[in-house]
Design a protein around this ligand. Structure first.
Ligand code: AGP
Length: 610
């Protein structure tokens, strides 16, 4: 995820901006840049790669001045490159902008501006913002920003400078975080607290739809419509480590809590304005080509593979195309039957997993078209695949994948619906119904997160056991696999995930007095069958936690020892909710056992060896 820092004061801004950006390095980025008012005017230096590259460029030719903005970019629109890096400017070079977020209608706006003669240098949505502000400027930067923002749809945190008003720094927040730091004779903006913590602990946290106008001696807060507001200053008493984790104890917990945002970001701009269809402009394959695929192979590793298992059900149910799933390390050694009408989908958070990359290359060698679902623009997988759907989970730092997995689910829902549109296997009303349910998911996840304390207690009791089982049927089984992997990797407790109906064919022998069983029971048409399977385990002494749908508590209470209800959604969408309590259970179990939650033993975040 991108990082923003801005400074207006009496000290040299370049070192403050660079230090601030360094404090945001832990979030991951692919390029960086700064803009400073110098004696020559508004000057920009930016470059792809590490901050050290930027420092290298600036060391010979520093930007001297006391007002500036800086940015680290995590590519979303356009590959990582010098020209795509921020800050961006307009054709007059009088305005400069740093931006976090996504402008959904940037192509529309860009076309309009091009008709008026504007020339664009980058592939980014952000460059459009600087042009738009320049067009709207009539002597008042605040009004120009407000007018420009009123034309933009999407998510944006902005830092804006103009050479015409060199004693002002304008900040805007809409669905992307931004804070204002207050010091004596100097003010700051930042996307995250760590960037400015060294200089001030007094901050204003902007809410969506708010903006701030900073001078050296004042902060004026207002809505983006221009109505003045006042708000309480927040005094930060966190240390740097806590600030990096947004006040959470671990990155994993922070990332679990970031899921509602990751869902919204991954869906943003991919539903038509009337909510009745999916739009995936990033796909190079046409609906006609899509109709030509008669089967699908989904290939991935670990958690990404578990997302693929949900993807299988999603594509089969929505688009009615048969899907095979494979772990990437097996795929290319089993001579997969790849015909010209096979679409291969690879899924990878990092886009650098060696097994997945090798499978992608093998599929292409055999003539398949490859679609990648990945979280990293510019990664090897993203570069080599024929089509890419980027998940917008933002950088995931904890080794245990959480928000990347759930964003992959969202990508599968969108793609499955898109394919259903092309195949005509779902009508417009059915698609609109599913999209409406998807839009409720972020809020529903928030409801689950609000009950984290309940799960903490359950996790503490689980942590006293040496082995447990996750069971489910249908799509719940795919989630059971993910729940089990999560628990194993960070708590080191042995667990197995089983298709509930399969237990009686052998594994039931392992169930004895007190063994914890976590039963996923969200699929109504399989509910009765699940109850029978749960009875089989209870008869052998299992202690069962049911993950159920809200409203079925009364009925289920007779069959399980404990239950945790998730908000109701459509059966196909339940994985996006039911996995959240399992993530929290693993987190709290690991915590109770005193393990290193974010860096579990023997594991790496990105596995670049076969
Ligand atoms: C998940 O918690 C694991 N860290 C692991 O299974 C991971 O999902 C797998 O290594 C694949 O990584 P990728 O998504 O970056 O390709």
């Amino acid at each position: 995820m991108c990082g923003i820092v801005g400074y207006i004061g009496n000290r040299e801004s370049q070192p403050i901006l660079l230090e601030g950006l360094k404090k945001l390095e832990y979030r991951g980025y692919d390029s960086a840049g700064i803009a400073v008012f110098t004696e020559q005017g508004l000057e920009i230096t930016k470059t792809v790669g590490r901050l050290a590259n930027l420092e290298g460029r600036l060391s010979g030719d520093p930007l001297r001045g006391t007002v500036g903005i800086g940015h680290t970019r995590w590519a979303t629109h356009g590959k990582p490159s010098d020209v795509n890096s921020h800050p961006h400017t307009d054709n007059t070079l009088k305005f400069s902008v740093v931006h976090n977020g996504i402008i959904e209608n940037y192509l529309e706006l860009k076309e309009e501006l091009m008709h008026k003669g504007h020339r664009f240098l980058s592939e980014t949505d952000t460059e459009v913002i600087s042009h738009l502000i320049a067009v709207e400027y009539e002597g008042d930067i605040v009004k120009a920003v407000q007018r420009a923002v009123s034309k933009m749809r999407g998510a944006f945190a902005l830092g804006v400078l103009t050479e015409y008003e060199p004693d002002k720094l304008v900040a805007v927040r809409y669905a992307s975080p931004l804070i204002i730091g207050v010091g004596e004779g100097e003010k700051y903006i930042a996307s995250d607290i760590p960037a400015i913590l060294e200089h001030t602990r007094d901050i204003y946290i902007l809410n969506d739809g708010e903006m701030a106008v900073l001078t050296r001696d004042s902060v004026q807060l207002m809505t983006i419509e221009g109505n003045l507001i006042s708000k309480e200053m927040f005094h930060v008493d966190w240390d740097l480590m806590t600030a990096e984790k947004g006040g959470f104890d671990h990155f994993m917990l922070k990332e679990i809590h970031e899921q509602p945002k990751a869902y919204r970001d991954t869906m943003r701009g991919r539903m038509s304005e009337d909510g009745r269809s999916v739009v995936l402009p990033e796909l190079k394959m046409t609906p006609d080509m899509l109709r030509g695929f008669k089967r699908v192979h989904i290939v991935a590793c670990g958690t990404a593979m578990h997302a693929g298992l949900v993807g299988k059900t999603v594509i089969e149910q929505l688009a009615r195309v048969p899907v095979e799933t494979d772990v990437a390390s097996e795929y290319r050694y089993r001579s997969p039957i790849i015909t010209p009408d096979t679409l291969v989908i690879v899924v990878s958070q990092s886009g650098e997993t060696a097994d997945t990359l090798a499978a992608l290359r093998e599929a292409q060698r055999c003539g398949a078209r490859v679609l990648a679902i990945t979280n990293v623009v510019g990664s090897s997988v993203a570069r080599e695949a024929d089509d890419v759907i980027i998940t917008l989970a933002g950088p995931e730092i904890a080794v245990a994948s959480t928000k990347a997995y759930t964003s992959q689910l969202i990508a599968f829902y969108l793609f499955g619906l898109y394919w259903a549109q092309a195949n005509g296997t779902k009508n417009e009303a059915e698609i609109a119904h599913i999209l409406a349910a998807m839009e409720s998911l972020p809020e529903q996840v928030e409801k689950i997160l609000a009950q984290a304390e309940v799960l903490k207690g359950v996790a503490e009791s689980i942590s006293r056991h040496s082995s447990l089982f996750f069971i489910g049927r249908g799509i719940d089984y795919a989630v059971a696999l993910e729940g089990s992997l999560k628990l194993k990797e960070i708590s080191y407790i042995h667990s197995e995930a089983y298709a509930a109906g399969e237990l009686k064919h052998g594994t039931l022998a392992l169930i004895e007095e007190g063994v914890p069983v976590i039963a996923l029971m969200t699929q109504e048409e399989l509910y009765e069958k699940m109850l029978s399977n749960i009875k089989e385990t209870k008869a052998r002494g299992a202690h069962v936690l049911g993950i159920i749908n809200e409203g079925s508590e009364g009925e289920t209470a007779k069959s399980v020892d404990r239950q945790f209800a998730i908000p109701r959604t459509l059966p196909i969408l339940t994985p996006a909710l039911s996995v959240v309590p399992l993530q929290l259970l693993s987190y709290y179990a690991s915590l109770a056992l005193g393990h290193d939650v974010d860096k579990p033993r023997n594991l790496a975040k990105s596995v670049t060896v076969e």
